[in-house]
Design a protein around this ligand. Sequence first.
Ligand code: AMP
Length: 221
Amino acid sequence: MVRLILLGPPGAGKGTQAVRLAQELGVPHVSTGAILRQAVAEKTPLGLQAKAVMDAGQLVSDEIMLGIIRERLGRPDCRKGYILDGYPRTLAQARALDTILASQASHAEGAPLLVVNVDVEPEELVRRIAGRRSCPHCGAIWNVYSHPPRQEGVCDRCGGALAQRTDDREETVRERLQVYESDTRPAIDFYGKNVTHVSGQAAPDTVFEEIQGLIRATVAG
Ligand code: AMP
């Protein structure tokens, strides 16, 4: 299959695309944000440590993230490939991932690597994130402006009560966008010509088809 690294600012639609792509391709969606949010919800030592950092819109340390990602990508369900969403977020993480990928080339059955950056204008990102609501029960993502559930505050898919992520509040969003520019841009630059840029301004279906086309070309190529 494919090992897809999905890059892009918070609110670009990485999570939405990753969920659909993972379903379509039958590979796991590996979201470092989701792993951390689960640890926070379960109040594990990692969760207790990560919560304050996440609520401040900052990044969890490279050392902790490397441990998480190495363990997750080493699990058997990742052998045929995966959709990686939310990692790498710093230059050090991109370098560390390179080392992991090199060592996993054999047991990931040589799944080709595709790096896609989904980009969206900053004002649009703030609007999207402010409107984002997610279902803590089934993980579905909604948006009060662009993709509302039929009944306000209730998940169409499972009937669960929708919630706003604590780090999606406006003051935290601005901090996250700044951290993205200062810390994550260098990670994208690290991939240089090996990253394919996709506009995330278009409708989710359009973005999905474009990424699917890139995957098809990568797998065929
Ligand atoms: P996300 O769901 O990808 O927007 O991630 C939510 C938050 O989790 C981020 O704002 C960070 O605080 C933390 N986080 C997720 N992935 C990483 C990562 N690769 N490195 C550092 N912090 C991360």
